[in-house]
Design a protein around this ligand. Structure first.
Ligand code: SAM
Length: 284
């Protein structure tokens, strides 16, 4: 067993479901360090017990990270070793730890990653969507208005986009995505990864939404959504875009008319919006 060095902070990935998904190096490190900082000590107790890890734990979560980081820094400065773990997967990935790592590095203390599970990488690797370039977007805002704004900004993103999402908001998010990405954009739902009910389903957005709406089991558990980036624009001519916009502008706002046109004709939302504005200006 390789000994841990002194005065080092280890960032240790833990399983995202299946308890077997942890490296021997991670187990050895967790056994050897002086203290484990865990997002939720009770939650991690199950994993630590399973691997007979008896190292003392302290909590480090979003509400005490600032103050706890300073206390852990003091211990590191005395030469102790610390491991950081979160409830699941890789710490700092939509999980606490950023403040601790930046503080420790500012003080020239070594930070060593012990890599392992991460839901976004597991999902991407099995989604069938392009994996050469991707953008991790974390959780979308819970409020519909701000969520739609975030999606609007991504309408022309060409890389695969990866989102963490709560199963309670899955339907609403897929509906909002349809406005900005169009019904044919390929989307993957990766649910309950590494667990009993693991599901990885990639379909055109409209199809996926129907499938999820028809089967409430798909709205349970933990999930990752992956959206294919925008591919080459369809060659829809401007006359066609203007024709649809004029029809919609008779009853709808510029924003809504542009969003629907973009979705119907699979053109960029920005382009539809600019053209809708011009039409409206001509009319006034
Ligand atoms: N640090 C974790 C990681 O490395 O993936 C992510 C923590 S974040 C608070 C929790 C979110 O990750 C969940 O809401 C879900 O979107 C995703 N997630 C975690 N475990 C998952 C699993 N087994 N299957 C699908 N998604 C998962």
């Amino acid at each position: 067993m390789q000994k841990t060095a002194t005065a080092t902070l280890y960032i240790v990935a833990t399983p995202i479901g299946n308890l077997m998904d942890i490296s021997q190096r991670a187990i050895d490190t967790l056994k050897q360090v002086d203290v484990i900082a865990a997002e939720d000590t009770r939650h991690s107790g199950h994993l630590l017990q399973h691997y007979s890890i008896k190292t003392p734990t302290v909590s480090l979560h979003e509400h005490n990270e600032q103050q706890r980081s300073e206390a852990l820094l003091a211990r590191l400065q005395k030469g102790e070793t610390v491991a950081l773990i979160s409830d699941a997967g890789t710490p700092l990935i939509s999980d606490p730890g950023y403040r601790l790592v930046s503080l420790v590095r500012e003080h020239d203390i070594d930070v060593v990653p012990i890599p392992g599970s991460c839901a976004l990488i597991a999902a991407l690797s099995a989604s069938g969507l392009p994996s050469d370039k991707f953008s991790f977007e974390g959780f979308l805002p819970a409020k519909q208005g701000t969520r739609q704004q975030s999606l609007e900004q991504l309408a022309n993103e060409t890389r695969t986009m990866i989102f963490y999402e709560s199963p309670r908001r899955l339907n609403k998010t897929l509906e909002d995505m349809m406005i900005f990405f169009g019904r044919d954009r390929r989307v993957c739902l990766a649910r309950e990864l590494t667990k009993l009910h693991e599901t990885i389903e990639t379909r055109p957005l409209a199809d996926l939404l129907n499938w999820v709406s028809d089967d409430s089991n798909q709205q349970r558990g933990e999930c990752v959504l992956l959206v294919e980036g925008q591919t080459v624009q369809h060659d829809v001519n401007d006359d066609e875009i203007n024709r649809v916009l004029k029809l919609l502008l008779a009853d709808l706002s510029v924003k809504r008319a542009a969003a629907i046109t973009a979705s119907l004709l699979d053109v960029s939302k920005n382009k539809a919006y600019e053209m809708a504005l011009k039409l409206q200006q001509k009319d006034t």
